[in-house]
Design a protein around this ligand. Sequence first.
Ligand SMILES: *[C@@H]1O[C@H](CO)[C@@H](O)[C@H](O)[C@H]1NC(C)=O
Ligand SMILES: *[C@@H]1O[C@H](CO)[C@@H](O)[C@H](O)[C@H]1NC(C)=O
Ligand SMILES: *[C@@H]1O[C@H](CO)[C@@H](O)[C@H](O)[C@H]1NC(C)=O
Ligand SMILES: *[C@@H]1O[C@H](CO)[C@@H](O)[C@H](O)[C@H]1NC(C)=O
Ligand SMILES: *[C@@H]1O[C@H](CO)[C@@H](O)[C@H](O)[C@H]1NC(C)=O
Ligand SMILES: *[C@@H]1O[C@H](CO)[C@@H](O)[C@H](O)[C@H]1NC(C)=O
Ligand SMILES: *[C@@H]1O[C@H](CO)[C@@H](O)[C@H](O)[C@H]1NC(C)=O
Ligand SMILES: *[C@@H]1O[C@H](CO)[C@@H](O)[C@H](O)[C@H]1NC(C)=O
Ligand SMILES: *[C@@H]1O[C@H](CO)[C@@H](O)[C@H](O)[C@H]1NC(C)=O
Ligand SMILES: *[C@@H]1O[C@H](CO)[C@@H](O)[C@H](O)[C@H]1NC(C)=O
Ligand SMILES: CC(=O)N[C@H]1CO[C@H](CO)[C@@H](O)[C@@H]1O
Length: 565
Amino acid sequence: MAAYRYFLLLGCISFVFIGFHGLLPVPDKSPIKKYHFDVQVSNVSRLCRAKAIVTVNGRFPGPTIYAREGDRVIVNVTNHSQYNISIHWHGVKQYRNGWADGPAYITQCPVQTGNSYIYDFKVTGQRGTLWWHAHILWLRATVYGAIVIMPKQGTLFPFPQPDREEEILLGEWWNADVEEVERQGDSLGLPPNVSDAHTINGKPGTLVSTCSEKHTFAMEVESGKTYLLRIINAALNDELFFAIAGHNMTVVEIDAVYTKPFTTRALLIGPGQTTNVLVQANQAPSRYFMAARPFMDVPIAIDNKTATAILHYKGIPETVLPLLPQLPAPNDTAFALAYNEKLRSLNSPEFPAKVPLKIDRSLFYTIGLGRNPCPTCVNGTRLTASLNNISFVMPKVGLLQAHYHKIKGVFGTDFPDQPSTPFNYTGVPLTANLKTSRGTSLTKIAYNSNVELVLQDTNLLIVESHPFHLHGYNFFVVGTGVGNFDPAKDPAKYNLIDPPERNTVGIPTGGWTTIRFRADNPGVWFLHCHLELHTSWGLKTALVVEDGPESDQTVLPPPKDLPPC
Ligand SMILES: *[C@@H]1O[C@H](CO)[C@@H](O)[C@H](O)[C@H]1NC(C)=O
Ligand SMILES: *[C@@H]1O[C@H](CO)[C@@H](O)[C@H](O)[C@H]1NC(C)=O
Ligand SMILES: *[C@@H]1O[C@H](CO)[C@@H](O)[C@H](O)[C@H]1NC(C)=O
Ligand SMILES: *[C@@H]1O[C@H](CO)[C@@H](O)[C@H](O)[C@H]1NC(C)=O
Ligand SMILES: *[C@@H]1O[C@H](CO)[C@@H](O)[C@H](O)[C@H]1NC(C)=O
Ligand SMILES: *[C@@H]1O[C@H](CO)[C@@H](O)[C@H](O)[C@H]1NC(C)=O
Ligand SMILES: *[C@@H]1O[C@H](CO)[C@@H](O)[C@H](O)[C@H]1NC(C)=O
Ligand SMILES: *[C@@H]1O[C@H](CO)[C@@H](O)[C@H](O)[C@H]1NC(C)=O
Ligand SMILES: *[C@@H]1O[C@H](CO)[C@@H](O)[C@H](O)[C@H]1NC(C)=O
Ligand SMILES: *[C@@H]1O[C@H](CO)[C@@H](O)[C@H](O)[C@H]1NC(C)=O
Ligand SMILES: CC(=O)N[C@H]1CO[C@H](CO)[C@@H](O)[C@@H]1O
């Protein structure tokens, strides 16, 4: 019992919803799953105040997309809000079909007020938990939801079948209008205000909400049963630790790829990542807190607000005070590194890890912060972020359209494969000459080439950890380390047998990570830090993967209703 402490704040432990999403609440027989997303402004009440936020169908979090592996998904997104909108289906590979990927001005122009766009895509060769979110401005703070891809009809999970399952979406909440918060930071050239709370399924829980309203998510469990939790980090700017008091979790899948199961008391999940765990209701029937709190091993901003939800054994009265789990400390780098080290692809005959072994193209990208002149900003400078010292400048038209229609002058394919001026990347902090260059620079990749990309954090201004997301692909995380990547020694330590396969990976603070993938999906694919703060500051680029020689290896023609700019 020493590991847990009792939670003693009285008077606010109650909840709105106990229940399960069950399986596939849409017609399951049809290989086409249709949804309608009405993007609209809705009033919701959190942290004791009502607020108008942008939602899908008036729900926060938004509706879950359920499909089976191999299905076609058709989502009619209609924009009733005053904002331009676009939706990204995070982790869906969108083979040849970047038109349905969603990042605004990368693969499409946004859906403008009063207009609709049909996202039409197949979920091929993928099963597990993914998610969708707005991919423009900071709207994904409230516009997000789960994607649950069930295995094909008649196919079991490659782990003990759970009795029930539940989606757990971790998020961030601002009391102020989040677009106003971003605008203020942007005009000052400084980081915008940090969020007021973290949330679990849209609710902050009792640690940050002392009002008597119903602001805690609860999940009812029965003794002896096994539950599959589909955990999604939808937060804008925080990697999070997550744990359940008294209960271990068995990790079985990350980013919709099965893993070798392992048991842990807490997990680390970066923004953009998903993690499926099995939890057994094998403890004394009671009420137990689930909790999430940031992992932040550089004290840039104090943000230790803990979101809570309740694992509620059936029949236990709501007056029973839940126990809090012991989360790793916000600066527990050792836990983070050890946790990531445990992640391994299942690599079974049915689900092999096809790690590229012979590399055709080696890329080395440094991650840096910087300061550029800005006469109207505080002290005349604006914080920026860059890859290989280039802060990405957003284009005015979609890059995929420009690529497909061969429109000149929208982007260059001159992004350098290596930094032009190597330096001691993770040495002493560099605080002089923090200027970055700016441009809409992309890299051209030959179809079907095996690509290796080393992402190296730097100490330009400060070191920090960065969750990187590549659209259109999963990749293998073959190596990672603290300090400078050493091309002479580090590759010998790569795991080329069963490395984790995912779509978003954390680059350790002051360290590096190597990913590998085969460039078999033609199109223009966004590569960016999934901390929205850093994306806004320019920590992004895109890969132009060329068409292959065969007619079924080319980018599909654009849909007729593709939004115009
Ligand atoms: C939200 O609530 C405010 C104040 O109660 C009200 O004026 C407004 O019409 C509501 N908006 C919507 C979209 O329901
Ligand atoms: C999408 O939804 C809008 C708004 O309801 C509707 O006007 C439009 O016809 C729908 N598009 C299709 C192809 O069904
Ligand atoms: C950000 O925080 C400051 C200090 O608390 C406050 O004055 C300001 O109004 C906040 N900005 C927004 C957009 O809410
Ligand atoms: C959780 O796992 C640890 C390590 O495997 C073990 O020592 C502990 O007893 C387990 N706790 C529970 C509640 O199962
Ligand atoms: C969070 O940080 C504040 C400010 O440093 C500190 O007072 C508080 O004790 C911290 N809370 C937790 C739960 O660590
Ligand atoms: C983590 O933070 C705690 C409290 O601020 C401090 O005592 C401890 O030394 C820090 N640990 C590391 C590894 O920095
Ligand atoms: C602006 O400059 C002043 C004086 O050098 C300094 O104290 C302050 O921290 C600076 N503010 C920022 C946001 O860099
Ligand atoms: C890089 O910087 C670190 C820390 O300042 C130092 O220990 C190391 O020797 C430097 N490496 C090189 C190659 O200069
Ligand atoms: C980045 O580019 C700027 C502008 O060209 C230059 O002044 C600066 O030295 C470069 N920084 C690095 C780390 O290469
Ligand atoms: C919305 O998108 C269109 C097309 O790209 C653009 O012209 C317009 O300026 C955008 N509106 C806002 C408010 O950003
Ligand atoms: C067709 C449609 O959805 N129109 C709406 C677009 O958004 C504006 C602003 O919220 C509404 O006033 C329209 O009704």
